[in-house]
Design a protein around this ligand. Structure first.
Ligand code: MGP
Length: 205
């Protein structure tokens, strides 16, 4: 099983899982749209490598069965090495500020100091996305789990950052889904892109 493969090579494990999934699906309950898992292992960055050079598309699916089959075989975010990022984005939207769908967007971020909590929030978010639980699902791009020395985090990426009412509604709904009561905040990609150290958030809920 891919889940047993050493953490040094989670991308390879995920690719292997994707191949196995393709071989084993019989009956399909179709999702509203296609989704893609991405993986970025920046735990051992090559010197001078540009951001994004280790970002890999891992698996695209559009059925409930494919989702569960893949999910069961891949490592949970908490088992990934520090500095790795794991993404689920709508197919054809790249998890980059530069993607046209993301360019004018932003992200709601929630931090997690407990690994089990990170895994639970990740799964709850994945199910909410593919199950189209957000009323504003057209505005959502995807979710990223980021493993960091300081603190792990999840970020929900959305379009049209300036639409405060829509962003607030998504933020409130996400907190309900992941069962978070602490404040979470929303940053514009544009702010982060312009000023790399910018920590300013525009909205909180
Ligand atoms: P990060 O991985 O989103 O944040 O971006 P991290 O590591 O949690 O640290 P934080 O304290 O800054 O929140 C880290 C850095 O990677 C950014 O400052 C950018 O230099 C680069 N980067 C991140 N993203 C998501 C992008 C992107 O989409 N495009 C480009 N060009 N650079 C990015």
């Amino acid at each position: 099983m891919a889940g047993d493969v050493a953490v040094e090579s989670p991308a390879a494990a995920a690719m292997a899982a994707a191949t196995e999934v393709g071989d084993s699906i019989e009956q399909s309950h179709m999702l509203e749209r296609k989704w893609t898992f991405w993986f970025d292992n920046q735990s051992r960055p090559k010197q001078g490598a540009e951001w994004g050079s280790s970002l890999r598309k891992v698996y695209t699916f559009d059925s409930v069965e494919e989702f569960w089959c893949f999910y069961d075989q891949i490592l949970k975010p908490s088992k990934l090495p520090a500095n790795a990022d794991f993404h689920l984005f709508k197919a054809r939207v790249e998890p980059k500020w530069e993607d046209p769908e993301c360019a004018n967007g932003g992200k709601w971020t929630v931090t997690s100091s407990r690994k089990t909590n990170l895994d639970t929030m990740w799964l709850e978010t994945l199910m909410a996305l593919i199950g189209e639980q957000f009323e504003e699902s057209d505005v959502i791009c995807g979710v990223v789990a980021s493993l960091r020395q300081r603190q792990d985090k999840l970020a929900l990426w959305t379009k049209t950052a300036t639409n405060e009412a829509v962003q607030m509604s998504i933020g409130r709904k996400w907190k309900e889904i992941i069962d978070v009561t602490d404040k979470i905040s929303f940053s514009f990609h544009e702010d982060l892109r312009r000023e790399k150290l910018a920590k300013s958030s525009r909205y909180s809920v």
